[in-house]
Design a protein around this ligand. Structure first.
Ligand code: SAM
Length: 416
């Protein structure tokens, strides 16, 4: 059985093949045979597996990160391929969608990313403090007059006035200094961690719920020059915002659905490359649900520059793979699967979400299958989730029909 989506996929693959007509014809036959075989053997499924109509994701997911996926995606695979108490890993954790969903579903959690910001975004949401503890800490910061800072420290951050009102910038610089002092003295705790996560998330955005003047959606910060241009074009000036009040408001919203019940011993987090996850033991993982960087579609360092500033992290601390060529991407995927072969137990699975890139001319799930050849994994299934996107759909962090992905394809491999 073939469907119209097969034909479209086939045409896309054929359109980039640099082959002679005879080779193309041979490929076409093989490709059709492969597709038919996959369908016949139930290895390829096309459908709407999770939709916006389904029940909403848990409120704790509601923070932004570039190219994040919806919680319904990991939920689908966690439900299908794991049981309570199993360990679920995401080695490209991002905002931590898989990890948090796994925790909410009673699984053990392992998560890492080459970007240290990701740990700051995820850790506090796995074991959040109470709302009253957050309110109390914000009051303490106020009582210690820690929202204020010296004019000199603002002067050195003068450029950021393109985003923030001077008194908002003062609060941010002061809050950053508060975290620094708490860390230095060893007093930094789960409540500080939470407040920093919320502040990171509120830095810039397009509504009064954010600290900044109106700007891009919060999952990426534009450059200073672009922001100045935006301000001039829209004749806008950064308005006053009450940083503490916005942190408390967002905390309340994030905590409205409750929190996971998780023991510290059930959580393993790290900042490390997917190719070497020394924090994990051999055969310790039951399921991987993940989405790697897709070639060079997203620049995680550039998009996160303002968050990195607030988190006091250097851009060089972000170790993300960006691949201009398909060959390099394939080799990166292979190295990652070599590490999966070490940490995933026999019978465990890897659900590897890739997208269509380069206008649909490259189907990355086909590339993954090739990259994994020879490693102890069998390709069990490919799910192609078809969703009807609207013009404003941006649920994967990348706008439809712009650079990036616009369909979601998940190749599932089983470790033998
Ligand atoms: C597509 S995003 C994952 C988003 C995630 N699924 C979510 O819902 O937030 C890919 C992530 O891979 C990370 N990354 C890129 N190269 C990496 C590497 N070699 N090792 C670990 N993480 C890497 C990036 O920092 C980014 O957070």
């Amino acid at each position: 059985m073939t469907t119209s989506s097969d034909t479209v996929a086939e045409q896309r693959v054929l359109s980039f093949l640099p082959a002679s007509p005879a080779e193309r014809e041979a490929f076409r036959k093989d490709f059709r045979k492969g597709f038919r075989k996959d369908f016949a053997e139930g290895r390829r499924e096309v459908g709407e597996f999770w939709t916006a109509k389904q029940r909403q994701g848990h409120a704790l997911h509601e923070i932004s990160y570039r190219a994040c996926f919806k919680p319904q995606l990991p939920q689908f695979f966690i439900e299908r391929y794991s049981r309570a108490g199993d360990c679920v890993l995401d080695p490209f954790s991002g905002r931590g969608t898989t990890a948090l969903q796994a925790a909410l579903m009673g699984r053990k959690v392992a998560a890492s990313d080459g970007n240290p910001l990701c740990l700051m975004l995820l850790r506090p949401r796995l074991m959040p403090p109470s709302l009253s503890a957050v309110a109390e800490r914000l009051r303490t910061i106020e009582q210690e007059r820690a929202w204020r800072t010296s004019p000199a420290s603002i002067a050195s951050e003068h450029d950021l006035l393109a985003f923030f009102h001077p008194r908002v910038l003062e609060q941010l610089v002061a809050l950053k200094a508060w975290f620094g002092k708490r860390e230095e003295s060893g007093a930094f705790d789960a409540t500080d961690d939470w407040i920093r996560m919320v502040a990171l998330n509120r830095l810039t955005g397009h509504s009064p719920g954010f600290f900044s003047v109106r700007t891009m959606p919060p999952n990426q910060a534009v450059s200073l020059q672009t922001q100045r241009r935006l301000n001039a074009k829209h004749e806008q000036k950064p308005p006053w915002r009450d940083v503490a009040a916005l942190i408390l408001k967002k905390s309340k919203s994030l905590l409205r659905d409750g929190v996971p019940s998780l023991q510290a011993r059930d959580v393993k987090l790290a900042v490390c490359p997917s190719q070497k996850m020394s924090y994990l033991k051999k055969n310790s993982v039951d399921l991987v649900v993940t989405s790697p960087p897709f070639l060079n579609t997203v620049d995680y360092k550039k998009d996160n520059w303002l968050r990195l500033w607030f988190a006091d992290l250097k851009t060089e601390a972000v170790a993300c793979d960006v691949h201009a060529s398909l060959e390099r991407w394939r080799s990166f995927v292979r190295d990652t699967f070599t590490e999966f072969a070490r940490v995933v137990r026999s019978g465990g699975r890897v659900a590897f979400e890739v997208g269509e890139v380069r206008g649909g001319s490259v189907l990355l799930e086909e590339e993954v299958a090739g990259a994994v050849a020879g490693l102890p994994f069998v390709h069990a299934k490919t799910f192609i989730n078809q969703q009807s996107f609207t013009k404003t759909a941006n649920c994967w962090g990348v706008k439809n029909n712009e650079r990036g992905t616009n369909s979601n394809r998940i190749a599932v491999f089983e470790r033998y």
